[in-house]
Design a binder for this molecule. Structure first.
Ligand SMILES: [Mg+2]
Length: 241
């Protein structure tokens, strides 16, 4: 699929690019799945009673129930995971620190992401012309991933108290850089949590459509659609020429 720039002037004056992380800069599912396998393997040693009773899927179901019962922390994936492990430890008469340990193991494995092929070089090039800020609903810690050093700032939903499409992450990026949102563009894979969220908050929107999906008809289209970050770089450079 080729990229398409509806109106190149839309990106004139942009100084900051905010980036979604999961499924925009790296595939999310393989990382989460590997992290959950690691936690389960650890539980087999540390708490066999729990590991026998719960497999990866039923642990996920338990976590989703904790999230449903605590909508006020739905944006805080780390806290939900911790509460789920704590509840399970308590129910099985296991020590409370088990929950913290399981959570740390997940956290470390969660940072072992594999960026898409073009990402590191493209971010370095983009970073020479724009201020780059990571804004994620997930809980990967960018400075502990292979993309350490690529961003001026990074914010997670759990730090700002709300997940996209809420504009809190964009406001945090603007406050940290001093760059107003009208001089920013947001880059992400999710039509609602990235593109719609950016449109509502007053940023330009870039849809990273790696799988060649159709744009949802009920939503206003993004300012720019690209298959990867190389195409984004080419589109922005062309705009400046
Ligand atoms: Mg995403």
């Amino acid at each position: 699929m080729s990229w398409h720039l509806a109106d190149p002037r839309r990106f004139a004056g942009v100084r900051m690019l905010t980036f979604d992380l999961d499924d925009t800069l790296w595939p999310c599912f393989p990382t989460i799945h590997a992290a959950e396998r690691e936690v389960h393997a650890w539980l087999e040693q540390a708490a066999p009673v729990l590991a026998e009773r719960y497999d990866i899927d039923s642990l996920r179901e338990h976590r989703m129930r904790v999230a449903r019962e605590n909508p006020q922390i739905a944006h805080d994936l780390t806290e939900i995971r911790l509460r789920s492990y704590r509840e399970l430890a308590e129910q099985h008469g296991l020590p409370a620190e088990l929950a913290q340990q399981a959570n740390s193991i997940f956290r470390q494995a969660r940072n072992r992401v594999t960026p898409y092929e073009e990402v590191v070089d493209a971010l370095r090039a983009l970073g020479r012309r724009y201020v780059l800020v990571a804004v994620s609903n997930g809980n990967a810690q960018i400075e502990h991933t292979p993309l350490a050093g690529c961003f001026a700032h990074a914010f997670m939903a759990e730090e700002v108290g709300a997940a996209k499409p809420d504009p809190a992450l964009f406001h945090a990026a603007s406050a940290a850089t001093g760059i107003p949102l009208e001089r920013a563009a947001h880059v992400g894979d999710d039509p609602e949590r990235d593109v719609l969220a950016a449109q509502r908050a007053g940023l330009r929107s870039v849809w990273v459509n790696r799988e060649g999906r159709d744009w949802p008809r009920e939503l206003a289209p993004p300012d720019l659609q690209v298959p990867d970050l190389n195409a984004l770089r080419k589109a922005l450079w062309r705009n400046e020429e």
